[in-house]
Design a protein around this ligand. Structure first.
Ligand SMILES: [Zn+2]
Ligand SMILES: [Zn+2]
Length: 382
């Protein structure tokens, strides 16, 4: 069937102005609105045709293309199946004409045009949540984990249909549409609202001979292994959403998601500060006084670090790029090493003699109070 001319559809002249076109569409929308013409396919088609024409002719640019090239000029404005309610950008106009609550009617008629929630949404499987504890070492570079999780999967006996013999009947209450229409009064006369059919829970089908294994549910509890890729730099309390890996919906429904809740394990030695890592590292008095080269652990191994002569206890050293890889970034945080001078205990006789000698030199030096560790740390991170 050849496509009708848009001007002809709306019954307006080719030179019609915007207001005339809107008026013509309004008239047709009121005339052919599906709720005023229940079960009238022709009225439904006319309403859709008029809406398509209005969509094009009410837009200056689209109208110009159409005037110049005809239907070929605006073909790519719509999806491969031609005009769909998703393409209709004048919902506001319709609300003006018919009042609020119009979207639901479109959905029932044309399969989820507005808002995208069609009747099948009730068949979506549940989202599942699992918790995943990661060490700082894993968080630093990212991790890949295999987790076992209990999910609902399609019943293997009935292949997810829920029916023992593969048969189902159309629901009599909603006549297979999955929706029931309730009539209410409005400014423009009787209006219908749409609700999910309680008898078939929106599925439109009733299974009489239920599968004995899943009792008609079409799904069974199973344990499966999932693979979780955790990017570096995640934090306590963050979620990773694995789309379409949750429970399958009943009777051939769609899948929910899995939400992986991240927990950060406390580390024995490392402490996290954003993407930086703090490590307290003990050094001996002689190392502090004379200087030394030490090997300190990092999140990914260990590195050599120079302790200069005369290092005070609490001094901070920065190991660039040895912290945590930032989430969605190319840079890595640093490792801050706090050198702590350890006072020796359980001294040998010889050591006591040496320290006694040293004590005799103490009066040559003056001791003064200094800045606290916290204020030094703040300076480091600022
Ligand atoms: Zn089954
Ligand atoms: Zn029903």
């Amino acid at each position: 069937m050849a496509k009708r001319d848009y001007y002809e559809v709306l019954g307006v002249d080719k030179a019609a102005d915007e207001a005339t076109i809107k008026k013509a569409y309004r008239k047709m929308a009121l005339q052919f609105h599906p709720d005023k013409n229940p079960d009238n396919k022709e009225a439904e088609d006319k309403f859709k045709e008029a809406s398509e024409a209005y969509e094009i002719l009410s837009d200056k640019d689209k109208r110009q293309l159409y005037d110049q090239y005809g239907h070929a000029g605006i073909e790519n404005q719509f999806g491969s199946g031609g005009f769909n309610w998703e393409n209709f950008s004048h919902r506001g106009d319709l609300n003006d004409i018919f009042g609020e609550g119009f979207g639901g009617i479109f959905e029932s008629l044309f399969g989820g045009g507005f808002g995208g929630r069609s009747q099948r949404s009730s068949n979506r499987g549940e989202d599942l949540q699992i918790e995943l504890s990661l060490s700082l070492k894993e968080i630093a570079v990212g991790a890949e984990k295999t987790i076992k999780i209990g999910t609902k999967e399609a019943c293997d006996k009935c292949s997810g249909s829920g029916s023992a013999d593969g048969a189902s009947e159309s629901c009599s209450q909603c006549r297979g549409t999955g929706q029931i229409h309730q009539i209410r009064q409005s400014l423009f006369g009787q209006m219908q609202t749409v609700a999910e059919c309680p008898s078939c829970r929106g599925e439109g089908k009733i299974i009489k001979n239920k599968c004995p294994k899943c009792y008609g549910e079409g799904r069974m509890g199973k344990v499966k292994e999932i693979n979780v890729k955790v990017p570096a730099g995640v934090e306590e309390g963050q979620y990773i959403r694995l789309r379409g890996q949750g429970n399958i919906g009943p009777r051939g429904g769609t899948r929910g998601d899995i939400l992986v809740l991240i927990h950060e394990k406390q580390d024995d030695v490392f402490e996290r500060e954003d993407n930086n890592i703090i490590l307290e590292y003990p050094i001996s008095m002689s190392q502090a006084v004379l200087g030394d080269e030490i090997i300190v652990p990092t999140l990914t191994g260990s590195v050599k670090m120079k302790i200069p002569a005369g290092t005070q206890s609490g001094r901070l050293f920065r190991l660039k790029g040895q912290g945590i890889q930032g989430l969605n970034s190319y840079s890595r945080g640093d490792q801050i090493v706090r050198a702590i001078v350890v006072t020796p205990t359980k001294l040998s006789k010889e050591e006591i003699e040496l320290f006694t000698q040293l004590k005799g030199h103490d009066h040559k030096r003056q001791m003064k109070p200094g800045k606290s560790f916290l204020s030094k740390l703040r300076e480091y991170f600022s």
